[in-house]
Write a protein that binds this ligand. Sequence first.
Ligand SMILES: [Zn+2]
Length: 331
Amino acid sequence: MKKAIAADLFERTGLRRLLHGAGRWRGLVVLNYHRIGQAAGTPYDHGLWSASAEAFAGQMRFLRRHMDLVDPADLAQLRGRSRGRYAMVTFDDGYRDNYESALPILRSEGVRATFFVATGFIDRPSLPWWDEIAWMVRSCRQPRLDLRPWLERPVEMDEPDRERAVRSVLRIYKGLPGERLGDFLDAVGTATGSGRAGPGHADRFWMTWEMLRDMRDAGMTIGGHTVSHPVLANMSTARQREEILQCGQRLKEELLQPMECFSYPVGNPAAFDERTRAVLAEAGVRWGFSYYGGCRRFDDWDPYDIRRVAVETETTGPWFRSIMTLPAVFA
Ligand SMILES: [Zn+2]
């Protein structure tokens, strides 16, 4: 929120335009999106929607006019440059609206984006835990949700869209050790009376391989995001290898291209480690993308930690433009 206010001021005083024209910074800003469209009224995790179709189109238009847009094929040549403000557009997870809503906009604006997909979601569609939790809480018919012993106090269901309740339950999940996650989801299913989201629930949730081949043919890059979207650093080296190598193998089988780019699920500095980097090198991955904000200067380059900044529905127009003008402050 503070960034939104600062960005608004930065824009209204004319300072942003002035600085943008002066071209002060050098480097690469990589934007990351998840879903495009309207979250309101859907039962899933609203936090995953990054922008409406209109806002996304406006953002792409701004990038095309004011930035040097690049894709992974350009990265090797960028390294030696001391000048230039480059931007890259990426998407994580593989939601179907990427194909139905984002691709037509990218095509009409002439922007080439990179889509990181979890191949297990494409091969065996099911709801990911964040969307399943949101769906279970929003389908609940009780006025309050009793999640003892997982949570001391009941979760109140007093707002119409239940956003606060969804956030509270998601927070518990994120703090649990791996072996208790399945039990917790079962408990939420029971406490809400919704049960677990069964097969068939996610039929139109993710892109298909056919859609991803269309994306590839339209000049988009498809990268890896593991098979089942775990936090890699929490896993044994053997499981990390399975998640990364099998993801690369499925991409190669279906798209006839090697996996050269990869984004870490969750993507904060604790989500990947030295073992992850070693497996990426073994898999032939050239670029690994994190997700904790910031940008990369070419004199501070790390091919396995190319930083990305989140675009979210709260990212106002002035805020978005400020990210591109002064990433050291706003990215
Ligand atoms: Zn993800």
